[in-house]
Design a protein around this ligand. Sequence first.
Ligand code: AP5
Length: 246
Amino acid sequence: MRFLLGWVCMLGMMIAGETFASSRSVVEKPIVVILMGPPGAGKGTHAKPLGEQLGIPHISTGDLFRENIQNQTSLGQTAKSYINAGRLVPDAVVLDMLFARIDQPDCNQGYILDGFPRTVAQAEALDPRLKNSRVIAVNLNVPDPLLVERITGRLACKECGKLYHKKYSAPASQGQCDLCQGTLFQRDDDKEEILKKRLEVYRAQTEPLIEYYGKKDVLREINAADSPDSVFHLVLDQIAEPVARG
Ligand code: AP5
């Protein structure tokens, strides 16, 4: 019933030509969506269109690190050794970078977090900044064998960051982005042996966040093993309901 109500409200807004963003006059608080899930669950795939739909920025700590690595900053140099070993970058480094980003004015109406928080310490450090926000933590569930297939087949555009998959969402021309014709590449940390370490780290350090947000009653569990389109609609359903409730 709650599911139906959310959709009816969202549909009404769409028929009236409104996106979530333009309908947010009914919502008092900024909305913060925390996209959770293991490597390959689809956080990056859904964060961007979700941000466009909600009219708020999506912030990926992984992307911020990769930008710093590409620009050869000292932050990038520190992060690179951890990322390429499949380990987490130390909390202090992540928190400084993330807080500088969410303090930007474009985050005043809310934001989508992709890949943050990743430890209970990061979540606790974030909490005081969420006091006046409506928080939804969406956990994307995917079985391990599918994660391996998704990660080892992932390609990303060097220019615009669009994600592809060799099997599930292949580009029209091999090695080239459909949108901007940029070159597609495979991430260094997407090799199977590094992925194994990333999954171990996820289980040990990040998975406890499911219980953390469950206890706060903001957790929404999603079966993310289906096609990208159907998973995206499941995610939207979870966001639509609290937005519709205002
Ligand atoms: P990060 O870049 O965040 O990597 P990750 O969390 O391991 O997640 P991924 O980007 O690998 O997966 P995803 O869930 O976004 O999946 P995607 O949508 O791309 O972090 C990288 C590293 O940075 C970390 O290991 C760590 O070292 C460091 N770091 C980052 N944040 C940190 C933090 N807070 N603290 C400390 N360290 C941090 O999908 C994968 C593939 O599957 C794609 O090809 C996609 O097309 C395909 N796909 C997606 N959904 C579907 C579907 N439904 N059906 C079929 N294919 C699909």
